[in-house]
Design a protein around this ligand. Structure first.
Ligand code: DHB
Ligand code: FE
Length: 279
């Protein structure tokens, strides 16, 4: 059976794509952010995943406000990136793992998660940038991928508990996949940020650091908060932390922290990075 080697949660911000394209990793603004990644890349070189299941939210590239699934899973042979209008270079297509996709889809529906199945799917910055950060300077991403979308964009959003349980079902699906593949689960987005309205620029360092700590030791801690509470605590886009929680759910019981980084701000966002290994 397939094995989950661990999970990585990481911020996605389009501005990071500009920094990579312009080689600004050593620039004073960017260095504290990019310096977080080498230990995680070293860990990936050690655990050698074959496949990445990427839990993220689409921002209007593949789904728009007229049709917004709560949970969606890709089942395509490959996933194209496309211009999102931010001037970020588009990237070569990502290779899918259709065998794992279909196994996950069947297992999730059996477990009563009535997901949307996507046999064609465009992937936006929330999918591409974390993979670029984790495997830099590659012509082609070296792992096969399965995109998993969680709606953190258009209300009503799934509750924290629902996302954690969705993650658990994803973990169960991966671990029952008849394959000797090694799988890493990657959650993207967050931490606190708000891009619009009167609180634009809102950041909550105290909550973010507590969330990162609790995600390792007591992931159900955050399920005490409703979605409106989470928006109040972390901002309208900070609620992307639901992708982190889903990823943590997929890892199951105990995990250990491999490496973490937290830096404010990247664009409007408190950037976080947290790599975890399954005990
Ligand atoms: C920013 C953050 C995001 O999560 C996103 O999807 C787009 C932009 C930002 O801080 O600029
Ligand atoms: Fe986002």
């Amino acid at each position: 059976m397939a094995r989950i080697v661990g999970g990585i949660n990481v911020t996605h911000v389009p501005y990071i794509g500009r920094a990579i394209a312009n080689n600004l990793q050593q620039d004073a603004y960017w260095k504290p952010f990019f310096d977080g990644f080498p230990p995680v890349r070293d860990w990936l070189a050690k655990v050698k995943p074959d496949v990445a299941v990427v839990v993220y939210n689409d921002h209007g590239l593949n789904f728009f406000l007229d049709k917004m699934p709560t949970f969606a899973v890709g089942a395509a042979p490959q996933y194209q990136n496309a211009d999102e209008g931010w001037g970020i270079p588009t990237l070569p297509p990502y290779t899918g793992d259709q065998d794992l996709s279909w196994h996950m889809i069947e297992s999730l529906i059996e477990d009563e998660f009535d997901i949307t199945t996507c046999q064609e799917m465009l992937v936006d910055h929330a999918f591409t940038l974390p993979l670029e950060l984790l495997w830099p300077n590659q012509k082609q991403c070296p792992v096969r991928t399965v995109p998993v979308c969680v709606n953190t964009v258009q209300f009503p959003l799934p509750t924290a508990a629902r996302c954690f349980n969705f993650g658990r079902a994803i973990g169960k699906a991966i671990e029952s996949w008849d394959s000797d593949a090694r799988v890493v689960v990657i959650g993207t987005g967050g931490l606190s940020h708000q891009l619009d309205g009167q609180r634009a620029g809102f950041i909550n360092k105290e909550f973010d650091l507590m969330f990162m700590d609790k995600l390792v030791t007591d992931p159900l801690w955050v399920t005490r908060y409703s979605v409106p509470d989470l928006v109040e605590l972390t901002g309208t886009q900070g609620v992307e932390l639901l992708n982190w929680l889903t990823t943590r759910g997929a890892l199951g019981g105990e995990v250990t922290k491999v490496h973490a980084n937290y830096h404010i701000p990247i664009s409007n966002t408190a950037s976080g990075l947290l790599a975890m290994e399954v005990v």
